[in-house]
Design a protein around this ligand. Structure first.
Ligand code: NDP
Length: 322
């Protein structure tokens, strides 16, 4: 039996339950991991609330973790018992031990701790695809990035700086503004007290941004579109305030482009997953990106962690430890 946080029905943070579950031996192509740290991500709250539908309930929440391989399923040749590994896109993370497909995990370099890995796999790989694939960010790029002091946000600040881009970040408090700036964000806007469209227009001398990365959804739509230059790209990659409502295509005035990307699609093959993770690990190893684990909770306190995330109390990354 292992401890795991499951939901038996969708709802508020109170539906998170600490259960003892029986874990089957790893199936063909799977490994069993004794987890040392597990990532907390905003997507976990969407799955818990029912905004994103899970295939079956009860379900162990969580997409991300790091630990040691303790058993191998049939046919696994890439990993051995004792290997340190991590993953970021596999449901079932909030547990002391779990089985996971070997082609969805990556070996963890010695220099990267379990805690850092559990905090960065999902959020770091997201920034990687957003900046290297969804849009080719470079020194000429001017971007607007919402929630710049969050988990994805603080990694984005550092990655944008490493690429030489101009990043305008929005945040929900003066403390978060200072944090984003300290991590390399060029201009910071407190969107709870300032009109971010007007500020972006002023900062860019009326030109607008090349790309807007919007993970807020309902509360920043359609204003985010007004921050773009003609033919600019709106990247709607999250719903922290609720989903973007259905809208008329004519709202993409100025020949704007829109995309709704997901990490799963960008790391669908083992090759894509490993290339993305290798780039992320290289930036972390070189010190260009440091992962801020600003909240650590015991596994049993996942409910408190969800309340903090949804209450906008967290900054940087959050993890659970078993
Ligand atoms: P964060 O740490 O960024 O937390 C979310 C932040 O959103 C909050 O801290 C808050 O920051 C801001 N926010 C604005 N409005 C609200 C609201 N009404 N309720 C709660 N929070 C609000 O989370 P993550 O780093 O885990 O994820 C960031 C976003 O990226 C999420 O929307 C997530 O779903 C998305 N994402 C998408 C992926 C994809 O591939 N599509 C992959 C990974 C993440 P502030 O107070 O500063 O406004």
């Amino acid at each position: 039996m292992v401890h795991a946080i499951r939901i038996h029905a969708t709802g508020g943070p109170e539906v998170l339950r600490l259960d003892d579950i029986e874990l089957a031996p790893p199936g063909p192509g799977e490994v069993r991991i004794r987890q040392r740290a597990m990532g907390l991500n905003f997507i976990d709250t969407y799955q818990r609330s029912g905004l994103y539908k899970l295939a079956a309930l009860p379900a162990v929440l969580g997409m991300e973790g790091a630990g040691d391989v303790v058993a191998l399923g049939e046919g696994v040749v890439d990993f051995s018992v004792g290997d340190r590994v991590a993953y970021g896109t596999e449901l079932g993370g909030y547990a002391e031990e779990r089985n996971v497909r070997a082609d969805r995990i990556v070996p963890l370099p010695e220099a990267v701790s379990y805690e850092t890995a559990a905090a960065m796999m999902l959020q770091g790989m997201t920034v990687r695809y957003l900046f290297r694939e969804t849009f080719d960010v470079g020194p000429q790029t001017v971007m607007l990035f919402h929630a710049a002091a969050g988990g994805v946000g603080l990694i984005a600040c550092q990655w944008a700086k490493a690429l030489g881009a101009t990043m305008i970040g929005t945040v929900g408090s003066p403390e978060k503004a200072a944090l984003a700036q300290a991590h390399g964000c060029t201009h910071v806007i407190d969107y709870r007290t300032e009109n971010f469209v007007e500020r972006v227009r002023a900062i860019t001398n009326g030109r607008g941004c090349d790309v807007v990365y919007d993970s807020i959804g309902r509360d920043t739509f359609p204003q985010s579109l007004d921050c773009l230059k003609p033919k600019g790209l709106w990247v709607s990659f999250g719903n922290a305030s609720g989903p973007v409502p259905p809208f008329d295509l004519t709202q993409l005035k100025g020949s704007l482009f829109a995309t709704r990307p997901s990490l799963m699609a960008y790391t669908a093959t083992a090759l894509q997953l490993r290339a993305n993770a290798a780039d992320l690990f290289a930036h972390v190893a070189a010190g260009r990106i440091s992962i801020r684990v600003n909240q650590t909770y015991p596994l049993a306190e996942a409910e408190r962690a969800h309340r903090d995330m949804e209450g906008r109390k967290t900054t940087g990354s959050s993890i659970l430890v078993a």
